[in-house]
Design a protein. Structure first.
Length: 85
């Protein structure tokens, strides 16, 4: 009788380990999907800015982009004016 109980416990342990392995694989897949979705969102935002690779590099390194900074400031001021009206 004790052996039968031990066998049932061993079986439950194996099943649990299999489930853990399945969930770990599922977790890895979900994390990869999340990373891919975040990367796509970033790419879409960058493309919407219509910057050259050099302009993007300058912006990311903390520099200002001639011509782009002025239009960005003007656009924000226009948006502020429309919210106040």
């Amino acid at each position: 009788m004790a052996k039968n109980k031990i066998e049932r416990i061993d079986l439950e342990i194996r099943k649990t380990r299999e489930k853990i392995a399945e969930y770990q694989e599922k977790l890895k897949a979900l994390e990869a999907q999340k990373t891919e979705a975040e990367n796509m969102e970033i790419v879409q935002m960058v493309r919407a800015m219509r910057m050259t690779p050099q302009e993007l590099n300058t912006m990311l390194s903390g520099g200002m982009i001639p011509g782009k900074a002025a239009s960005f400031t003007e656009k924000n001021e226009q948006e502020d004016d429309t919210h106040e009206a």
